[in-house]
Ligand binder design. Structure first.
Ligand code: NAD
Length: 326
């Protein structure tokens, strides 16, 4: 199939070109993200391949339909950036990669926690500067800490196991608890009031938008650590900034950010960044921001590439689509 690949980075191209000979699609790579300004690039393609920050709202989907696009292949798990109803209405099939390396994201959540806790990023710079002092690097034992995990699906369940392996007491909350996991499920209220660390692993839905807000923050322990590797808008950034200023939030580690689509995956080091919220967040010594790199391991990229091609090939052959989003 002739496929337009949007938001292409060097690593996408490398993996897609490496695996394509097994599938034989005709790939055209665009560095530009897909949005209303760029949707015309989709003309003449039966398929398009997009990533987390491409915008596929109703207007864009309508234009895709006019251009003859028949399949939207998401090379990610989340599909909150696609108007599924609009796509269905236009008879465009949407497929995704539901699970590629849940370990990669769960392990990145651990990396954020351990960096915030043991301050290895500061130690690295200090020691290289000949400063071998320990002041300011004080951490805490993970052993025995209560870790609240919201969402115990692919990633959350692995994260729970990792935390249990460190000797933490895991408190889980899920709208649909999975009793097979042997976890201690508690109410959201209990999770908020009891946890030393809270890690978000649920999807972004209207009901989870700004799950972490002024009210939920008020319930939490003073000095709580909050980790978000799921979707930015699970956290109300304004409320969390207030929480950091009042010291209610003792540590914040985020791999995703509400307004990340204007920032992440780009080198803006020579630009004036207009987003005052992210700039404020970056001033706190107890905040770590990574730019949506949780998925970014070679195992995950291989799986993403293969599943994306398999999804498209199955569509082309009229086979059952196991990864269709409806
Ligand atoms: P999943 O669907 O396997 O698990 C999500 C869990 O959340 C499910 O158990 C579900 O029952 C639960 N859930 C649904 N609604 C809920 C609610 N209202 N409250 C609490 N729990 C609820 O998803 P996953 O693969 O584990 O992914 C989790 C998140 O991680 C997604 O938001 C995904 O977009 C994100 N993600 C981030 C990266 C990254 O690079 N940072 C990579 C992949 C996925």
């Amino acid at each position: 199939m002739r496929i337009a690949v949007f938001s292409t980075k060097g690593f996408d191209k490398r993996y897609f070109e490496e695996f394509n000979p097994q599938y034989n699609h005709e790939l055209v790579f665009f560095e530009a993200p897909l949005n209303l300004n760029t949707v015309n690039l989709s003309a003449g393609f039966e398929g398009i391949c997009v990533f987390v920050n491409d915008v596929l709202d109703k207007e864009v989907v309508n234009e895709l339909a006019k251009n003859g696009v028949k399949i939207i292949a998401l090379r990610c798990a989340g599909f909150n950036n696609v108007d599924i109803q609009a796509a269905t209405g236009k008879n465009i099939t949407v497929v995704r990669v539901p699970s590629y390396s849940p370990q990669a994201v769960a392990e990145h959540a651990l990396a954020l926690i351990m960096t915030l806790n043991r301050k290895t990023h500061k130690a690295y710079n200090r020691v290289r500067d000949g400063n071998f002092a320990l002041d300011g690097l004080l951490g805490f034992d993970m052993y025995g800490k209560k870790v609240g995990v919201i969402g115990t699906g692919h990633i959350g369940s692995i994260f729970c196991r990792i935390m249990a392996g460190l000797g933490c007491e895991v408190l889980a909350y899920d709208k649909f608890p999975n009793q097979d996991l042997g976890l201690t499920y508690v109410s959201l209220d209990e999770l908020y009031t009891s946890s030393d660390i809270i890690s978000l692993h649920c999807p972004l839905l209207p009901e989870t938008n700004h799950l972490i807000n002024e009210m939920s923050l008020a319930q939490m322990k003073d000095g709580v650590m909050i980790i978000n590797t799921s979707r930015g808008a699970l956290i109300d950034s304004k409320a969390v900034i207030k929480g950091l200023k009042s010291k209610k939030v003792g540590y914040l580690g985020i791999d995703v950010y509400e307004q990340e689509s204007d920032l992440f995956f780009q080198d803006l080091s020579e630009s004036i960044i207009e987003d005052d919220q992210i700039m404020r967040l970056l001033t706190f010594p107890n905040v770590i921001v990574t730019s949506h790199q949780g998925f970014f391991t070679k195992e995950a990229l291989e799986e993403i590439t293969k599943t994306t091609f398999e999804n498209i090939t199955a569509f082309e052959k009229g086979e059952t689509l196991v990864n269709q989003v409806k």
